[in-house]
Ligand binder design. Structure first.
Ligand SMILES: NC(=O)c1ccc[n+]([C@@H]2O[C@H](COP(=O)([O-])OP(=O)(O)OC[C@H]3O[C@@H](n4cnc5c(N)ncnc54)[C@H](O)[C@@H]3O)[C@@H](O)[C@H]2O)c1
Length: 425
């Protein structure tokens, strides 16, 4: 049955959630505080790069099941469900900053229908369900936790085909009402209490970050003992207790979630009296990985980056998105510039440089024109299929650092390139 849903915040999570619920047949109003975004979305134009999102936004606008309004207060009247999808950035002490969440709760409180269900989809620390209840100050509405696990770059597919849906609330009837919204989605639905739901989200991201740091640490060992990390990961992944997913070496992890969520989890633990030293180690390995990639570029350049031209391939934190928040690529390019390199970058979704002094080229060959070193930082498919003869002809020296292990090492060697990957020669 179609429900009346309001979505507060139309970023990566809110826009995907709103569009997908409308696609599933619900009637959805999305609100944001950014008038430009609201105008664009009302015209069916999408401010972010996300596969398949524009098509379903246009489909649902045309069907009259999706609308965009300015201001949270204008979205909630007559709505049975209100999703909070506002940012929860990292605060100065590492904890999640909940000011957007509280502000949104204050804005919607007077207009909520009696019996409405307010749902936290933002990633929030344990206890935030209570905080929202308090900010709403309404005893006649319910507050439920329903964390989001979508990945940028495949957000629509992840929302419509999730591994699981987690709902946290002590009131079974409110939890069941939220579960009913997902009737068109084939996935296990887990109903638990709010603190457990909130912890599941942080623990998931902490575990995924741990996997990536583990692979990068093993890659460092592989370099020292002359093993190949790609083969090592393939070999361990056949063990079903380990599995093949998310075992890829890289330049380090980043993005809008893992860095802030790992730090927030350390803080949550600390506030509760547990020193999560293990997770601090995971973050330390990641910082080390940025330095290791920079050192590979320094070595490829012959020991110094002063005045050396470097072509950077990729700037976003992963392929398939335009998101530059806490991108390892941006961190590494910044460090290269600090060490005197002259960097020209190319990324298929980036037109303005996020790093002062770095030029943006219109393709990979433009970025590497006259460069002494090319460094692959984001795993865009088009970098896998580079014309290596063209690359060889445009570079001043034939040297590649492949921080994603996606290039054809043999083909590069045959053309006289020096090649440095992660955890393999
Ligand atoms: N991006 C991801 O991959 C991802 C995945 C899972 C969970 N999350 C979590 O979801 C939350 C949102 O993340 P995001 O990446 O979508 O953020 P975002 O910054 O892309 O979008 C947030 C949106 O909320 C709007 N907003 C802020 N205050 C508002 C208010 N009072 N009323 C209406 N709109 C308001 C902003 O203008 C912005 O458009 C965060 O807690 C994040 O940790 C993100």
């Amino acid at each position: 049955m179609a429900s009346q849903i309001a979505i507060i915040g139309t970023g990566y999570v809110g826009l995907t959630t709103g569009a997908c619920f409308a696609h599933l047949g619900h009637d959805v109003v999305c609100a944001d505080i950014d008038p430009v975004k609201v105008q664009m979305l009302s015209e069916g134009r999408i401010p972010i790069h996300e596969e398949g999102l524009e098509a379903i936004v246009k489909e649902c606008l045309a069907a009259g099941r999706l609308r965009f309004v300015l201001g949270a207060a204008n979205a909630v009247a007559g709505r049975e469900f209100v999703y909070l999808c506002v940012p929860t950035p990292q605060g100065p002490d590492g904890s999640a900053d909940l000011t957007y969440l509280e502000a949104a709760a204050h804005e919607i409180a007077p207009g909520l229908d009696r019996g409405a269900v307010v749902i936290n989809k933002s990633t929030v620390p344990v206890g935030s369900t209570r905080l929202v209840e308090h900010a709403l100050g309404r005893r006649d509405v319910f507050v439920v936790s329903n964390p989001e696990f979508l990945r940028e770059g495949s957000a629509v597919a992840d929302f419509l085909h999730p591994d699981r849906v987690v709902i946290g609330c002590d009131d079974q009837s409110a939890a069941s009402r939220v579960a009913s919204l997902y009737l068109g989605v084939r996935a296990p639905i887990m109903i638990t209490d709010a603190p457990s739901a909130e912890t599941i989200k942080y623990a998931s991201n902490a575990f995924l970050a741990t996997k990536l740091s583990f692979v990068n640490a093993v890659a460092a060992v592989c370099e020292a003992v002359d093993a190949d990390v790609n083969d090592v990961m393939l070999g361990i992944g056949y063990d079903r207790r380990i599995g093949h997913e998310f075992l890829k070496p890289g330049p380090g992890w980043g993005g809008s979630c893992f860095p802030k969520d790992t730090r927030a989890m350390i803080r949550i633990a600390e506030d509760a009296g547990y020193d999560f030293a293990f997770l601090r180690g995971v973050i330390a390995v990641n910082d080390e990985q940025f330095s290791r990639v920079v050192q590979k570029v320094v070595d490829a350049a012959g020991g110094s980056l002063e005045g050396v031209r470097v072509g950077a391939l990729g700037l976003t934190f992963k392929a398939g998105t335009d998101d530059l928040r806490e991108s390892p690529a941006v961190e590494i390019v910044t460090r290269l510039v600090e060490r005197g390199a002259v960097v020209c970058a190319y990324d298929p979704t980036v037109t303005r440089s996020p790093v002062p002094g770095v030029e943006i080229a219109k393709d990979a060959y433009g970025a590497c024109d006259g460069a002494a070193v090319a460094v692959v930082l984001t795993e865009w498919d088009e970098f896998k299929w580079l014309d290596l003869d063209k690359l060889a002809n445009c570079m001043r020296r034939r040297s590649v650092v492949d921080a994603r292990n996606i290039l054809d090492r043999g083909a590069l060697h045959r053309r006289g390139f020096d090649y440095a990957g992660i955890g393999r020669r």
